[in-house]
Design a binder for this molecule. Structure first.
Ligand SMILES: Cc1cc2nc3c(=O)[nH]c(=O)nc-3n(C[C@H](O)[C@H](O)[C@H](O)COP(=O)(O)OP(=O)(O)OC[C@H]3O[C@@H](n4cnc5c(N)ncnc54)[C@H](O)[C@@H]3O)c2cc1C
Length: 424
């Protein structure tokens, strides 16, 4: 019986473990083990809403142990410390709630690496020390606490509060809108005085010449208009030279005061990459071929944000996105489950478009090749539905329709009784 170990239960890893568990694991045809350092899974594209306090991660997470039991795979909670490729084993430091952590070794026949990525500060002086980032639920929660603390103390002292977001990709712009919404909610619930809305300055600094530089220009222009209308200041063509504890300095000599600085401008592979002995890209991502197999080891695969596809045909790059991570997991499940000797097609990324949610201020996006070969721009209710659907479809695949509807109902009831901001 073959043993497949998956490192990292994010968007890609959870989907793959669930697919393999439902087929190999449940039929007793293979052992599937998922390792993650956290006990629960959270859909990362919602982290900006956790940071702004508009979403409580506890009512959105998927419990790995439960998911494993229901879907025929095993779950190990711990940090993968090392991979011994000659011995085909993985060393995991297990986290035990009431005892010292212990190390265990998991043997594998095939190993899939899907441990995601971490923020890339691009060596900008002071950025790693003074910026917050949003790679994990813990970081988003730390941001929320600092943001609410600073809001309340600025409000009491009747002072202004400056927030700088570095990077105008989807994370940066969605975070800016969510923070603005939280400030408005504080005023609406009379936690803050009515002038406070004006006192909070949210500024996005972007090196490219427009917000959302990776997306369609029309979507980008519409988002810029909406952000400007809610008072978010956008500084494009602006590169950051240095970050201190209370300011951001730009390469053209400007200084932006900043009580909270968030870095949302790029990702790179985590430190684990350096211990694997595998070929890496400049950004420390694992290089894989068109079958998502690593260049150095036919038994090791990589997918999602921790990987980078070597692309001799110079096709469009696969972006670090949830959309791409899911497609890779679905592809790899097919690859690992195919009968012996059957030829495998190459992985081909298909871009279906993107939706950008500005919370209550609107949703804007583009559906690529939606009608024949035509792209369709969407906004308003249709865009909001498409945005929600991409998340709910994922939840539905993993936990089933009944549990998904139950969770939605629970959240709706909670929204009718509790404040819309998470305080504790
Ligand atoms: C704030 C934010 C907003 C985003 N918005 C969008 C969006 O709107 N649309 C979109 O398509 N994409 C979006 N993305 C990007 C998207 O979330 C990622 O591309 C996607 O999550 C990558 O999936 P993954 O499985 O590769 O990694 P992840 O989902 O990051 O999962 C990695 C997993 O590995 C685990 N792990 C890491 N190291 C170890 C270790 N050593 N041992 C054990 N476990 C480990 C982590 O705990 C985590 O569970 C956003 C990202 C962020 C941060």
């Amino acid at each position: 019986m073959q043993s497949i170990v998956i490192v990292g239960g994010g968007v890609a890893g959870l989907e793959l473990a669930t697919r393999l568990g439902r087929t190999l694991g449940k039929k007793g045809q293979g052992r599937v083990v998922l390792v993650d350092r956290a006990p629960t899974h959270f859909w990362k594209p919602l982290l900006h809403s956790v940071a702004a306090g508009t979403i409580d991660p506890a009512v959105h997470h998927i419990d790995y142990a439960r998911q494993a039991m229901d879907n025929g795979f095993e779950f190990v909670c711990g940090d993968v410390m090392n991979v011994d490729r000659n011995g085909q084993s993985v060393t995991v430091r297990r986290h035990l709630p009431h005892a010292a952590s212990t190390e265990i070794v998991l043997a594998y026949d095939r190993l899939v690496l899907s441990y995601g990525a971490v923020t890339n500060f691009f060596g900008v002086p002071g950025a790693a020390d003074h910026c917050l980032s949003l790679d994990t639920v813990a970081q988003a929660e730390a941001f929320r606490k600092r943001f609410l603390d600073r809001c309340l103390s600025a409000d009491m002292a009747r002072q202004s509060l400056d927030i700088v977001i570095v990077g105008a990709g989807p994370t940066g712009v969605e975070l800016a809108a969510d923070l603005r919404h939280t400030v408005e909610t504080l005023v609406r619930f009379r936690v803050s005085h009515s002038e406070f809305k004006r006192d909070v300055r949210i500024r996005i600094v972007e090196r490219a010449n427009r917000v959302l530089p990776g997306l369609d220009p029309e979507v980008s222009a519409e988002v810029a208009r909406k952000l400007a209308s809610i008072g978010v200041e956008i500084c494009t063509d602006t590169a950051v030279a240095e970050v201190t504890d209370n300011a951001v300095y730009t390469t053209d000599g400007r200084r932006f005061a900043s009580a909270i600085t968030v870095w949302a401008a790029g990702v790179q592979g985590a430190a684990l990459a350096g211990h694997l002995g595998l070929a890496l890209s400049r950004n420390q991502q694992i290089l894989v071929d068109k079958h998502l197999q690593t260049m150095d080891d036919a038994k090791v695969f990589a997918m999602g944000d921790c990987s980078n596809i070597v692309n001799p045909q110079r096709r469009a790059m696969v972006p670090p996105s949830a959309q791409a991570a899911r497609q890779q997991a679905i592809y790899l499940a097919g690859h690992l489950l195919r009968p012996e000797g059957k030829r495998m097609r190459s992985f081909r990324y298909r871009d279906y478009g993107a939706m950008v949610s500005l919370g209550p201020f609107g949703t804007v996006g583009i559906l690529l090749r939606a009608i024949g070969s035509r792209n369709v721009h969407v906004s308003g209710a249709v865009a909001k539905l498409a945005y929600l659907w991409s998340y709910q479809r994922y939840v539905m695949f993993n936990v089933g329709t009944v549990r998904m509807l139950g969770q939605m109902l629970g959240r709706w009831m909670l929204s009718k009784t509790a404040t819309p901001i998470k305080w504790q």
